[in-house]
Design a binder for this molecule. Structure first.
Ligand code: ADP
Length: 259
């Protein structure tokens, strides 16, 4: 018996397959591109090659498009289930994807107690960071060095990417260093995330935050969040797959229940 979870995000589509005893057998990722249906069906076909899954659960903004899904579940529930399947004591999650960001508070049993989400505006998401990085030719690999070499606080006040770009051009023209500006960009994103985080009322004694979504792979962003939240930031090696992992675990739980 295997179970499959698929997460159709705005930027990437992720799929995982779990074994009978809940082990991660395979995980695949592909850009969602202009056809979320095609991205999802290709991943499902590839992951089902060796063994037809008992159930397919879908999550992500495109979950409604997966016609052969047995169930469609929100990303919030799935990120919660994914993190809880690996870290049973987790109580706080921050998920930053391509187009949205979320703070999630989990109860002792791993269920979602509360959440706050930003999906109306790109500020505080991966696409805000990607746009700025692209415009100013900053690679993912160079971000941590830039962040760490900053020696002065510079505030970026614009939250819209177009205005932020002009603000950065203005600062560069005044002789401000790219590292100080870049740290300012990451601080601005972290401050938005921190506002979401404070809305979900995580208990004070909890100082561990589980960071999921593609942006969790960004080490400079991990550092910026650590500084802003004054918390330990934990990033699983499968952080970007956490929604798909959660969907697959929920599928497995239901498959077992029905036996
Ligand atoms: P979604 O589920 O919304 O499609 P993801 O959770 O897959 O989004 O996250 C996509 C974002 O992850 C990208 O916009 C990018 O900012 C970030 N990202 C992806 N890979 C990396 C990487 N190797 N290093 C840093 N950031 C990354």
């Amino acid at each position: 018996m295997t179970n499959l979870g698929i997460d159709i995000g705005s930027t990437t589509t992720k799929g995982v397959i779990l074994s009978n005893d809940g082990l991660l057998l395979n995980s695949l990722i592909t850009p969602t591109g202009s056809s979320p249906v095609l991205a999802a069906s290709n991943l499902i076909a590839e992951l089902s090659k060796e063994c037809t899954p008992s159930k397919i659960y879908a999550t992500g903004y495109g979950r409604g498009l997966v016609s052969n899904a047995d169930k469609r579940i929100t990303e919030i529930t799935c990120h919660g289930a994914g993190v809880n399947s690996i870290y049973q004591d987790a109580c706080a999650i921050i998920d930053i994807g391509g187009q949205d960001s979320k703070a999630i508070h989990l109860g002792n049993d791993g269920s979602v107690v509360d959440f706050a989400m930003n999906d109306k505006c790109a500020a505080g998401t991966g696409s805000f960071l990607d746009n700025i990085a692209h415009k100013f030719n900053i690679s993912y690999d160079s971000m941590l060095d830039l962040y760490l070499s900053s020696d002065k606080r510079v505030n970026i006040n614009s939250t819209c990417v177009v205005f932020a770009e002009s603000e950065i051009i203005g600062l560069l023209a005044k002789g401000e260093s790219m590292s100080n500006i870049f740290k300012g960009v990451l601080r601005a994103i972290s401050m938005r995330i921190s506002r979401l985080y404070s809305q979900v009322k995580i208990p004070h004694e909890s100082s561990k935050v589980y960071f999921t979504g593609g942006v969790a792979k960004n080490i400079a962003m991990q550092e910026a969040l650590k500084e802003e939240l004054n918390a330990e930031i934990i990033v699983d090696s499968n952080a970007q797959f956490m929604g798909a992992i959660g969907a697959a675990h929920l599928a497995r739980r239901d498959t077992i229940k029905e036996r």
